[in-house]
Design a protein. Sequence first.
Length: 319
Amino acid sequence: MNQMATPKFGVGAPLRRKEDLPLITGEGIYTGDYQPERCLHSFVLRSAMAHAKITIANAGEVRAMDGVRTVLTGADVAGKSMPTRAILKQIDGSNFNLPTQPLLCSDTVRYVGDAIAFVVADTLQGARDAAEMLEVDYDPLDVVVEMEDALAPDAVKVWPEFGTNVAFTFGHGDAEKTDAAFANAAKTVSIDLVNNRIVANYMELRGCVAEFDSASDRFKLTLGTQGGHGMRDVLCQILGLEAEKVQVVTPEVGGGFGTKIFCYREYPLAMLAAQALADLHQHCVADGMAVAVVDQLEVIEVEEEDRARSPVPPGAARV
């Protein structure tokens, strides 16, 4: 039998890893290791209620506290919002219901943890303390907790302008033939599947360091991300900047599991604060979750003698 040696380069060739030594010897450089001179710190005040009207009465007083550099509220970032890059289509071809997600809530919060204010101070503890001094007046609104309850006609609407809590209705295939197959099926099986919400528990929490160089009018954002170019493009879209005005630097990343692909509010907020203060470096932590899923699935089995007249191939399904 002829034996072929594995080529040095090509499919099946062993690849010697180069990145392991610093990581297993404690020499890896992560976002938290990057602490520029005169680094400031930030903290995001988040909603304690799931649904409420809000007002902040004393933002000016908190801005004047010792060690506090700035406090951003919804009024300070009005008109800036988080974009959605994945535009899905409804069954009828129209775009799905896409609400405007503000950088900071100015009048209504819609979930526990919704961002209300962005506080920058000399220390992280100072930023936390200042955030706790903000007097947020909550006027509670009705809430809906379970996904299936949110579909009820009388359920409170998270975004009332759409008149529904359904973001989009997706369909693929021939609906008429599928319905006919189910109507004529000898057997049908249905099941409800519930996948609970999950948290991506990576070892390195999300964080960022934002810098602004007034001489060149350019931003530098250092953070653990799963796509530097895509992150830069989203940030430019939010802040109305040209791509050459933003540099995204990704050091070592201590786990991501998909969560660090996305752009979070803290990133553009840190950049805005850096520009306002002319020389801000930002560190912040706040995590996202994977969505919970409830599936209702039906399948049919077509009897052997019925397959010739079946309008669809055996194994039709609808969700």
